[in-house]
Write a protein that binds this ligand. Structure first.
Ligand code: CO8
Length: 260
């Protein structure tokens, strides 16, 4: 289903695919596209049917960054307003309760790399290229690139990437632990599908709480994180799915999870 001029949604049970469809501009994020992504993530936040979101692009582009053509001498206030919008929308993606997978088919540059960094997992085609080239425009990454990349890879590589604006291969991003798996181009969608379905087949509350705990833990002292883990596990044990998972194992059958 087309939900925006450049956005196609495909719901397949608990897994939803969202494809940026703007091949002629390599998936560049127009302001209208970012706005639509924002309303989409807001709606998804309370959608219990969807458990995994796969975000992908079309052709040679995943997302080649902000649509540079929209920022030729716009008033400062409009530029600042766009930054605020991007920050809000990228954070909404990062904070979705669903598990999110970026299936990076091609260029993930600037805001495109930053979108991928807001996802829980990045799968990449061998053809993917990652980079933060904003310094080449006299700017800086404005969608969390200086912050999220540094947290993902450590500060030295992040500084290198930001000040050189270089493009990096999927393999290099794999070695830097940003990308989880590198696929031959024809296998990317299938790898994303099987990964998404296997996650969606696990107990929904367990998956959701695991994501939340790991994200929270990254921002808290260890003892606080460990206490949260215990509390959360304890409440999962009390759920119907907790009992079902254990019973199914002991009865040597597939569990029937209900998300309760
Ligand atoms: N915005 C708008 N159009 C784009 C963008 C973009 N980011 N990227 C590519 N396109 C368009 C090209 O203009 C071209 O259009 P046309 O056919 O009409 O000329 C079409 O996509 C195909 O691109 P190329 O012909 O350039 O294809 P190549 O294979 O030769 O090169 C590259 C591919 C290397 C990816 C090249 O297109 C490129 O360098 N793109 C720009 C990448 C970039 O700098 N991204 C960062 C943008 S800034 C950002 O994301 C941070 C936000 C900061 C705040 C916002 C202020 C801008």
């Amino acid at each position: 289903v087309r939900i925006h001029e450049h956005l196609v949604e495909d719901r397949r049970g608990p897994v939803t695919w969202l494809r940026i469809d703007r091949e002629d501009a390599l998936g560049a994020l127009s302001r209208s596209l970012v706005t639509r992504l924002g309303s989409y993530f807001d709606e998804l936040h309370t959608d219990d049917e969807v458990r995994v979101l796969v975000l992908t692009g079309t052709g040679k582009g995943f997302i080649a960054g902000a649509d540079i053509s929209e920022y030729d001498r716009v008033p400062q206030a409009a530029f600042d307003d766009y930054q605020r919008l991007s920050r809000r929308v990228f954070t909404a993606l990062e904070q979705l309760p669903q598990f999110t997978i970026a299936a990076v088919n091609g260029y993930a540059l600037g805001g495109g790399f930053e979108v991928a960094l807001c996802c829980d997992m990045i799968l990449a085609s061998e053809r993917a290229k990652f980079g933060l080239p904003e310094v080449k425009l006299g700017l800086l990454p404005g969608g969390g690139g200086t912050q999220r990349l540094a947290r993902a890879t450590g500060i030295r590589f992040a500084k290198e990437a930001v000040v050189t604006g270089a493009f990096y291969s999927a393999q290099e991003m794999f070695e830097r632990r940003v990308v989880s798996r590198v696929c031959v181009p024809g296998d990317l969608a299938e790898t994303a599908r099987t990964t998404a379905e296997s996650i969606a087949g696990n107990a929904p509350l367990a998956v959701r709480e695991a994501k939340r705990l790991i994200d929270q833990g990254a921002q808290t002292p260890l003892d606080v994180g460990l206490a949260l883990e215990q509390q959360t596990l304890s409440s999962l044990y009390a759920t119907r799915d907790g009992a079902e998972g254990i019973a199914a194992f002991l009865q040597k059958r597939e569990p029937q999870f209900t998300g309760k």
